[in-house]
Design a protein around this ligand. Structure first.
Ligand code: NAI
Ligand code: SF4
Length: 514
């Protein structure tokens, strides 16, 4: 009997290692033959540790399982899918999962993350196999046709970025994966790396073939030790199976890569600071141009993409750009892995085509607030994203539609707050975050964020209100226009959205909140 117990950080934090150990021991005591597979998470995080049992009808889910539940589960015959208060029936029939459109995360939680055989049994390496027989320009075209845009937050068209690198001649080019997932409320990169690391390896190898790069680096957040471990195991397995190295599957094509542990600073997720850090220097933002695509790692043309962007490439090559392009709306094509966090009953990962609304994600998937109180504000797109009040929750999640309301979809992370939130405090927090994480290279961000904290504190104390509110707006304007990178440049989004939509929290007359 096959039983799945995730090795994902979210499950491990809730005791998955102990569950796996105890389950094996108790099965042995009962004389039962159990094979435990340590899979990734299915993304139903409120059910972790979620244990799944393979039955003839499919996998049956139990969760959240604690060690004290195990004897009862055995007595209830859970190895045959038996009824129990923790049983959720067939995993694939749980609406949270059933109603998703999983393209990039299709295998996450399904397979043993570091088994090449499992990976290939679920369509793995089909994309790379096709790419091995294609001209570089044709690979780039397929990615361009898919409409894929950078999933790290900036949404720059991936195909155009690759094309720049392809057309820049050099002795050596690189593929760098930005896995320094530092935004609050985001975990999709981690879940992918822990649940399907071979998918990222495959995406990077395809990128290498597309632009003529033979080596890659995955720069992984230092707080993600389990992702580093899964990636390293996956790379060894891929190399042993001939999917990495000097002569991939006998094609004569070459690509290899390694994992680098990040330096532990938020700013090292900014692409040019990341490159400095990879080169062994202190991570400080570089002035652009030159773009990394022209002069990147060690001064060479470099594709630098986020984890989810690169992990979306295998399915695009395997099924064609048109297949991927078929999902989504407007210029936002394909799917995004939304991450539901904060004050929600059912936190987790929901991969859906662009066009879904915040309200659907919050209620149909998230199940409303965890506290039982009304939801009031949602921050979308990480700590540099705007706070959205309820009257904006029906705007479709689409890059352009969000830009129109001065918000951003970003990396797809949502943090929900109920009606006890003090939005002036959240605005202050945004400035504090910027002050702490600033690399210090430019004045609007380095000095502006500290002045911003002080000014919001004065507003919260109701000191000389008119002047200080005007000053805060001016300061945001300066940071927005004068900062060198997104940290200083986008901190105004959470601050100004809080001020605009929740003025009463700043002691001002309510205006727009409905
Ligand atoms: P950007 O708009 O400057 O650049 C986007 C990407 O396109 C970069 O890789 C850039 O090098 C590339 N690019 C631009 N023009 C190009 C051309 N002609 N040819 C080839 N490549 C070209 O944005 P940036 O500063 O890279 O990212 C800002 C975003 O990062 C924000 O939206 C923010 O949400 C997000 N972010 C994400 C975090 C996370 O944990 N995922 C953390 C912090 C910020
Ligand atoms: Fe550094 Fe902030 Fe300027 Fe970015 S905006 S370069 S983090 S000082």
């Amino acid at each position: 009997i096959t039983v799945y117990v995730p090795r994902d950080t979210a499950a491990v934090a809730m005791g998955a290692h102990e569950i796996a150990q105890q389950l094996a021991a108790q099965a042995q005591e009962r004389g039962l033959d159990v094979q435990i597979v340590r899979n990734g998470s299915r993304g139903l995080l409120w059910l972790e540790p979620m244990v799944e049992v393979q039955t003839a009808e499919g996998r049956v889910a139990y969760g959240p399982v604690q060690t004290e539940d195990l004897p009862g589960l055995f007595d209830a015959g859970f190895l045959q899918g038996g009824a129990h208060k923790l049983c959720h029936g067939l995993t694939d029939a749980i609406p949270y999962l059933k109603n998703q459109e999983r393209l990039t995360f299709a295998r996450v939680g399904i397979i043993d993350p570091v088994s090449v055989a499992d990976y290939q049994a679920c369509g793995g390496f089909e994309g790379l196999s096709k790419a091995l027989a294609m001209e570089p320009a044709a690979i780039v075209k397929e990615v361009t046709d898919s409409g894929l845009r950078g999933r790290g937050g900036a949404a720059f068209p991936t195909g155009i970025k690759w094309n720049t690198v392809l057309n820049t001649p050099a002795q050596q080019k690189y593929i760098v994966c930005n896995a320094d997932e530092g935004d609050s409320g985001t975990f999709s990169d981690r879940m992918l790396m822990e649940g399907d690391p071979l998918c990222l390896v495959e995406g990077m190898a395809i990128a290498g073939l597309a632009v003529g790069a033979t080596y890659g680096y995955i720069y992984v957040r230092s707080e993600y030790p389990l992702a580093v471990q899964a990636l390293n195991e996956a790379i060894v397995a891929a190399r042993a199976a001939g999917w990495l190295g000097k002569n991939i599957q006998g094609s004569g094509c070459e690509f290899d890569l390694e994992v680098r542990k990040a330096a532990g600073a938020y700013i090292c997720g900014e692409e040019t600071a990341l490159l400095d850090s990879l080169e062994g220097k202190r991570g400080v933002v570089r002035v652009k141009p030159p773009l990394p695509a022209i002069k990147g790692l060690f001064g060479q043309p470099t594709v630098i993409n986020n984890v989810v962007s690169l992990a979306s490439v295998p399915v695009i090559l395997a099924k064609g750009g048109a297949y991927y392009q078929n999902y989504g709306m407007g210029r936002s094509r394909g799917t995004l892995a939304f991450q539901l966090t904060g004050n929600l009953q059912n936190g987790g990962l929901v991969e859906k085509a662009f066009g879904v609304t915040l309200r659907e994600l919050l209620y149909d998937y998230g199940g409303g607030s965890a506290s039982g109180r009304p939801l009031r504000a949602v921050q979308v797109g990480g700590p540099l994203g705007a706070y959205l009040p309820e009257h904006q929750w029906d705007v479709p999640l689409d890059y352009e539609a969000y830009m129109k309301i001065n918000a951003m979809v970003g990396h797809g992370g949502l943090v929900a707050f109920d009606d006890t939130v003090d939005m002036a405090h959240m605005a202050q927090y945004a400035m504090e975050f910027c002050a702490i994480e600033s690399c210090g290279k430019c004045t609007p961000c380095r000095i502006g964020s500290t002045r911003g904290v002080e000014t919001i504190q004065k507003i919260r104390r109701r000191e000389d209100m008119d002047n200080h509110v005007e000053l805060l707006r001016d300061l945001c304007d300066t940071m927005f226009s004068g900062s060198l990178c997104a940290l200083g440049g986008m901190t105004p989004y959470p601050v100004l959205s809080a001020l605009e939509h929740f003025p009463q929290d700043f002691g001002l007359a309510p205006q727009t909140e409905q």
